[in-house]
Design a protein around this ligand. Structure first.
Ligand code: NAP
Length: 308
């Protein structure tokens, strides 16, 4: 990376090292552009929480962690630079952009925002205090703590379904609590869950109370008719969707009502030289394959922008 007015200068800064950001890094490096990837946590994004990926072409079966590691190593081998710093702001200087982190400032011709999303909370009283004491947002990270115990999963999307399936192999019993009759996630996974003797669906219901001593002891679930049922569980895995991580960049991108970044299919935003890719982008289908596709598109467009 060159120095520019005392700041480190590169061609493209990619914010976020999930599947979208890592794929963008591969494409940008193959176009011989300088690439700095800024990542607040560790590489991989939310896919590292997925135990089994079975819907990515060619990889009939791979864990999310293995997938992320392979893409990270591919991007590194191609020469992408990584810094594990949280990007706090993007300043548009016209022909260049400054990305401010807690540790410094970096300058680039173009920026790709591939920040993904964070877990939505249930917003039930006591939830925050019980994180790590029975409440978890990651079944693959914490599931092993609940071996032969009774747990619940809240949510009806693919994450909740896959979490329930994963936990069914570990826990004695799994309640799957969803606020509607129909699941949002894939029917093939619903079918697998129906075949598990230790999985019980609790439909048309929401978690309304957490009962705890030092740790979670039980939860109260209220159905759509107002009937309350107490479930004795030692773990509650919350999988009720994601919140896009765009707020810090709202001065350079337009956000929709839910906080997703508006862009055309070419991943361009309202600011020339700023692109978005992955789950934080407003779009219909949020899957691993569409995240990596976004990364390819955003990087290709960023290269075109720089070369124009
Ligand atoms: P999601 O698809 O948005 O599903 C969130 C679920 O939580 C929905 O069923 C929703 O209910 C429920 N919910 C939302 N707010 C709630 C609340 N306050 N109380 C109770 N329930 C609430 O989220 P996700 O499952 O995390 O998946 C995110 C994206 O990643 C999706 O596009 C998904 O397909 C994708 N994904 C893919 C894979 C894979 O390809 N293997 C794996 C995991 C995730 P309603 O249905 O009633 O709205």
């Amino acid at each position: 990376m060159k120095r520019f007015w005392g700041k480190a200068m590169t061609d493209i800064i990619i914010i976020g090292a999930g599947p979208a950001g890592l794929t963008a890094a591969i494409y940008a490096r193959r176009a011989a552009k300088g690439v700095l990837v800024l990542e607040a946590m560790s590489y991989g994004g939310q896919i590292i929480n997925t135990p089994h990926i079975e819907n990515y072409p060619v990889a009939a079966h791979i864990s999310g962690f293995d997938f992320a590691t392979k893409v990270y190593e591919q991007a590194k081998a191609l020469g992408a630079e990584f810094k594990f710093e949280k990007a706090l702001e993007i300043i548009d200087n016209g022909g260049s952009k400054t990305v401010v982190t807690a540790k410094g400032e970096y300058e680039a011709r173009a920026v790709i925002i591939a920040t993904g999303s964070r877990s939505r909370k249930l917003s039930v009283e006591g939830e925050d205090k019980l994180i790590g004491r029975g409440i978890s947002y990651c079944a693959t990270c914490d599931g092993a703590f609940f071996r032969n115990k009774t747990v619940a999963v809240a949510g009806g999307g693919n994450t909740a379904l896959e979490d329930a399936l994963y936990l069914a192999d570990i826990a004695e019993k799994v309640y799957l609590i969803h606020r509607r009759e129909e699941f949002r996630g894939e029917q093939s996974t619903v079918q697998k869950l129906k075949e598990r003797a230790n999985v019980e669906f609790v439909l048309n219901s929401r978690v309304t109370k957490l009962n705890a001593d030092k740790r979670l002891q039980s939860i109260e679930v209220t159905d759509n008719q107002g009937n309350v049922r107490t479930l004795e569980v030692s773990g509650l895995f919350v999988a009720v969707g994601r919140i896009p991580e765009n707020q810090s960049f709202s001065s350079v991108i337009e956000l929709d009502e839910a906080g997703y970044a508006a862009s055309a299919e070419n991943c361009r935003t309202k600011t020339e030289g700023v692109f978005v890719a992955g789950d934080n982008r407003a779009k219909e289908v949020r899957q691993l394959v569409t995240a990596t596709a976004d990364g390819a598109v955003a990087a290709t467009e960023a290269v075109k922008y720089i070369n124009s």
